[in-house]
Write a protein that binds this ligand. Structure first.
Ligand code: BG6
Length: 494
């Protein structure tokens, strides 16, 4: 399980992602013994910084964002010594030659056999150039393995994603590319497989004979914060739908892989993406997808501005901050079962939850007592609460045949508390070990884009209305009608 023997070259080392996620993840891996002493980290960014300044930033980031805290003692010194900073203009190949020399020096110092992991925490426009310069600068000439980790957004649509992919593929092969979708690093997303494939309870029921519908909710209380410039061009569909949301749908819907090996699992996920029913016309998009944007509102008694008033957002923006959709997976297992998905900013709670609603028993024999039976639910709580929750019907204690729903709950986050590894910890560790299971393969990315592009295209042509919802509410009413017309409702979260 130990990822050793590698240099981590982090491009974008002065950015938010490095500070909030990457450095804390590396420190946690180190504290847990998953990173031995034979590693080096080179932080790379444009601005000038000394190693001392870089290590001071590193310390601050860990104090603020890591689940382990550091003390400024010898142990810290030993850890921090593995980190160096390199100022680099990513378009200038000369700097890459210097970077190669620095990497080589650190490899000798820490006894690393030339394994190099390049982490591009950068704007995607730079991926192609940086990849080329890594090669021209001689960074791919070492004797060990070379891997590239890239962050989303992977393109803006299928076409731009193809261009981006072609640029990267000129330098790296598909099996050297690790495309991050941090939701795949989340404990409970990975647990979907265990829940389905290690339990006799669920798998026999996991199909259209027994499941009425599936609901995936990814709700956030935050607005666009300081990311207005990026978000206004992206919107919820591209920011959350194309990646996290569809990935969760594939994990729920996929067939059991023949082995729990990266390519077997990814092959099954691809089949789900191929089976997604494409909306055939803008009118179908209008009928099945609701888009919303938050207007002024309040959350926990705090007044909140409208999306259009946020920094770096066009005051006449029609970008969606919310969408809900009814999606079908057209195969034997799922024929006729709607998957309802929704995500939005400025909703009342921060949560990611998957609800599996089962069909009712064939006959309500408790009808005479005026019981209306509630459906059985399986709720997978992904974030921030982690756990599983099952709703079943039982007789109310002491009553004459009154049936009530009760909950059986396993709360993983309550038991393990804050010690669950963060998604980035797991993913960095996986990439360093060469395990690509929880990274997205190119065909997954491409299929997800072609599904999403049809929706985006219909919206661009203005064929769907944009509904406004007050910040702090559960989104536009039309998202409720989407289920109501099928006789369902969104189950309350949490
Ligand atoms: C990111 C999106 O991918 O995921 C953000 O770009 C979003 O807009 C974030 O806030 C949510 O991630 P998490 O792990 O906090 O649920």
């Amino acid at each position: 399980n130990i990822a050793t023997n590698a240099s981590f070259l982090i491009f974008g080392a002065t950015g938010d992602l490095a500070r909030r996620k990457l450095f804390p993840a590396i420190y946690s891996l180190y504290r847990e013994g998953k990173l031995a002493e034979d590693f080096a980290v080179i932080g790379i960014a444009r601005r000038n910084k000394t190693n001392e300044e870089f290590r001071a930033d590193l310390y601050e980031s860990i104090q603020e964002f890591c689940r382990y805290k550091a003390d400024l003692n010898d142990e810290w010194e030993r850890f921090a010594e593995h980190f160096e900073y390199k100022s680099l203009d990513s378009s200038n190949v000369l700097g890459f030659h210097e970077l190669k020399d620095l990497t080589h020096t650190l490899e000798q110092k820490f006894n690393i056999p030339g394994n190099r992991l390049f982490y591009l925490a950068l704007a995607p426009e730079l991926f192609g150039n940086v990849s080329q310069n890594l090669r021209s600068g001689g960074l791919l000439d070492s004797s060990g393995w070379h891997r590239l980790i890239i962050e989303k957004p992977f393109g803006y649509d299928l076409k731009s994603a193809e261009t981006l992919n072609a640029q990267i593929r000129e330098v790296f092969s598909e099996d050297e590319i690790y495309r991050i979708d941090h939701y795949l690093g989340k404990e409970m997303v990975q647990n979907i497989e265990a829940l389905r494939f290690a339990n006799a309870f669920f798998e026999p029921l996991w199909n259209n004979k027994h499941i009425a519908n599936i609901q995936v909710t990814l709700s956030e209380t935050v607005g666009v914060e300081e990311r207005g410039g990026y978000y206004d061009k992206s919107g919820a569909l591209r920011d959350m739908g194309q990646n996290h949301m569809l990935q969760m749908v594939t994990m729920i819907a996929m067939e059991p892989p023949s082995r729990m090996m990266p390519e077997d699992i990814r092959d099954e996920k691809v089949k789900v993406l191929r089976s997604l029913r494409a909306y055939a016309s803008p009118n179908e998009v209008r009928q099945n997808v609701v888009r919303g944007q938050y207007s002024e509102g309040a959350l926990k008694e705090k007044q909140l501005p409208a999306y259009r008033q946020e920094d770096s957002v066009n005051p006449a923006s029609t970008t969606e901050t919310y969408f809900a959709a009814k999606v079908f997976v057209d195969n034997f297992r799922w024929a006729g079962v709607p998957f309802y998905v929704r995500t939005g900013k400025r909703l009342p709670v921060k949560t990611t939850e998957i609800v599996v609603e089962f069909k009712n028993v064939p006959e309500n024999v408790y009808f005479a007592k005026k019981n209306v039976l509630q459906p059985n639910l399986l709720v997978i709580r992904v974030n921030p609460m982690e756990g599983i929750f099952i709703k079943i019907n039982t007789k109310k204690s002491g009553s004459e045949g009154t049936i009530i729903p009760i909950a059986m709950e396993f709360c993983q986050s309550c038991e393990i508390g804050h010690n669950t590894p963060e998604a980035y910890e797991r993913l960095i560790n996986d990439a360093a070990r060469g395990d690509s299971t929880y990274f997205t393969r190119w065909d997954e990315v491409a299929l997800a884009w072609s599904f999403v592009d049809r929706i985006a295209q219909a919206w661009m042509e203005g064929s769907s209305d944009l509904y406004h919802y007050p910040a702090g509410s559960w989104g536009p009413d039309q998202a409720h009608s989407l289920l109501a017309e099928d006789g369902f409702k969104w189950w309350p979260v949490n």
